[in-house]
Design a protein around this ligand. Structure first.
Ligand code: S3P
Length: 170
């Protein structure tokens, strides 16, 4: 399948870039978090609170399987924790080309310090949590990716140009 899949840490810009890319290259875009929220009729925070993180991880995998049955080539933006499940790597690669939008912990912290929608960052020390999670996740994202794009200090246009070049869809 020929989807373009955007992975990376919370706040790296997957959804914002996915929407812009979708206008640029005229492909539909889906966001796994948004789809799960719609299916469950609950926000991500409410899903975590009601069913726990591991149930949410199962929903993510189930949604990837659903996308595999879909014939349309899309842009797919996935939740930051989705690639952490090894079982999802093969599914991601079957779906298409996996692009890791890599950002520094400082960039993420600046963007998300006021955020209330990410249950994993609502503790006492969001900055410490970002650093800790990033240390654990960065090698996993790298392993899951076909392409890595560094996003720190770059504007949308510059990143979109890089994505377009990488997927040779211009
Ligand atoms: C998560 C990332 C979130 C969302 C959930 C868990 C994570 O998505 O799936 O809060 O574990 O990194 P975004 O990466 O779109 O913020």
């Amino acid at each position: 399948m020929n989807n373009i899949i955007l992975i990376g840490f919370m706040g790296c810009g997957k959804t914002s870039l996915g929407i812009r890319l979708s206008y640029r290259i005229k492909r539909t875009m889906v966001d796994t978090d948004k789809q799960i929220e719609r299916e469950q009729e609950k926000t991500i925070s409410d899903i975590f609170a009601a069913y726990g993180e591991s149930a949410f991880r199962d929903m993510e995998t189930a949604y990837l399987r659903k996308l595999l049955r879909d014939k349309e080539s899309r842009i797919i933006s996935v939740g930051g924790g989705l690639p952490v499940q090894e079982r999802n790597h093969a599914l991601l690669h079957q779906l298409g080309r996996v692009i890791y939008l890599r950002a520094e912990a400082d960039t993420i912290y600046e963007r998300l310090k006021q955020d209330t929608t990410r249950p994993l960052l609502q503790g006492e020390d969001p900055r410490g949590t970002i650093e800790e999670l990033m240390l654990k996740r960065a090698p996993i994202y790298e392993k899951a990716a076909d392409v890595i794009i560094d996003v720190d200090g770059k504007g949308f246009e510059e990143i979109l140009n890089e994505i377009e070049k990488e997927v040779s869809i211009r």
